[in-house]
Design a protein around this ligand. Structure first.
Ligand code: UD1
Length: 341
């Protein structure tokens, strides 16, 4: 069994945690990353946690010749493709940047996989493909809605590329994992999320506010039709999410995926409101957060959370960590980055 995996975007937030879990499960990992939104020091953190320094190649997945050299020189059978841009607002302002980066990198990887007969790919998809769903929780059969951002559209288009390629090529298999809201950090506090500039996402904004880098958290809307008026999301611990990739790769290596293109929701199945998350953060870390209600943010859906039955039953995967533990890890990580005691 070939237990070598190419991880694109392996120095990023989800990629680095997945690399750690792959190494722990006995895989040999080759990381390729262009460091456009990550730091080389992350590789040190991975080594400190696992005792193993994975091979690191600085390359851009959009650079077809650089990618070809990687396929020439390494005989991995499996790829986990994380490398992509992910800021929703930026994608609306600069759509071509998103279409080029996210689609060209995927097309390069998939074309090379077919050419070099590498079978398995796990793809980073997103709950964004469901948009403002008519029924909740969403299952994998819930119809996708027209994407509301170029970012979301690249996720839908990428899923389609993988589905159609699997249908056409016998030696090709793919699993798309639809992430809900990944949060937290490795419990060692050696790796975590490193947003550049002002964070777009809730938890990094919270931890930076607690660290005094941001003055106040804005809660985007308290007039949604939910119990406390704030939006509901499904916050999934980053280590739980990383483990889902390991079982997805295992499933494909062992050829248990008869359909060769599969989609799984990766969430906890529990809706949590913005207020609940903030209060849980305060209690778990025994601190008070400066926050205020602000107007709704354009493009936010009221609620989305996962039905995880398929991942639970088919992958044998379950989210395990409690939200409070995840939020403690997020704060530990922020403190370690900022040198706070
Ligand atoms: C968004 C995208 C998702 C993408 C993810 C990662 C959509 C619908 N969702 O998720 O596809 O994968 O980002 O970039 O496109 N909030 C505040 N104050 C803040 C920040 C956030 O109140 O300062 C609220 C938001 O209104 C939302 C919740 O917190 O209700 C979560 O927001 P966020 O962390 O940005 O994730 P999503 O928007 O759910």
């Amino acid at each position: 069994m070939n237990k070598r995996v190419l991880v694109t975007g392996g120095a990023g937030y989800i990629g680095s945690h997945t690399t750690v879990e792959l190494i722990k499960a006995g895989y040999e990992v080759i990381v390729v990353d262009n460091l456009s939104n990550s730091d080389r020091a992350v590789m040190k953190g991975i080594e400190q946690i696992t005792g193993i320094s994975p091979r690191f190649i600085e390359a851009d997945c959009c650079d077809r010749e650089a990618m070809r050299r990687i396929f020439e020189e390494h005989d991995f059978q499996s790829v986990i493709h994380f490398a992509a841009f992910k800021a929703v607002g930026e994608s609306v302002a600069e759509p071509l940047k998103y279409y080029r980066n996210n689609l060209v990198s995927l097309l390069n990887v998939v074309e090379l996989m077919v050419e070099y007969k590498r079978r398995n790919i796990v793809f980073s998809s997103s709950a964004t493909v469901y948009g403002d769903a008519d029924t909740l929780p969403v299952t994998e059969l819930t119809p996708r809605k027209p994407a509301t951002s170029p970012y979301g559209n690249t996720k839908q288009m990428s899923e389609d590329v993988l589905r159609d390629t699997a249908a056409a090529c016998d030696g090709f298999a793919s699993i798309a994992l639809r992430y809900f809201n990944p949060i937290g950090a490795h419990p060692s506090a050696l790796i975590g999320e490193l947003p550049r500039g002002v964070p777009n996402n809730l938890v990094p904004y919270i931890t930076q506010t607690a660290a005094g880098i941001r003055e106040r958290l804005s809660i985007f809307g308290d007039d949604y039709p939910t119990a406390d008026g704030s939006c509901l999301r499904d916050y999934i611990d980053i280590v739980d999410l990383a483990r889902a990739h390991v079982v997805a790769i295992e499933r494909m290596i062992e050829h248990r995926n008869q359909k060769r293109y599969e989609v799984f929701n990766v969430g906890t199945g529990k809706p949590v409101s913005v207020f609940e998350l903030v209060h849980c953060f305060e209690e778990a870390n025994n601190l008070k957060l400066n926050y205020a209600v602000a107007p709704r943010r354009a493009g936010d859906v009221t609620a989305v959370w996962a039905d995880t039955t398929l991942a639970n039953n088919t992958l044998g995967w379950h989210a395990e960590r409690e939200l409070a533990d995840t939020l403690r890890a997020a704060w530990q990580w922020e403190k370690s980055v900022r040198g706070i005691e």
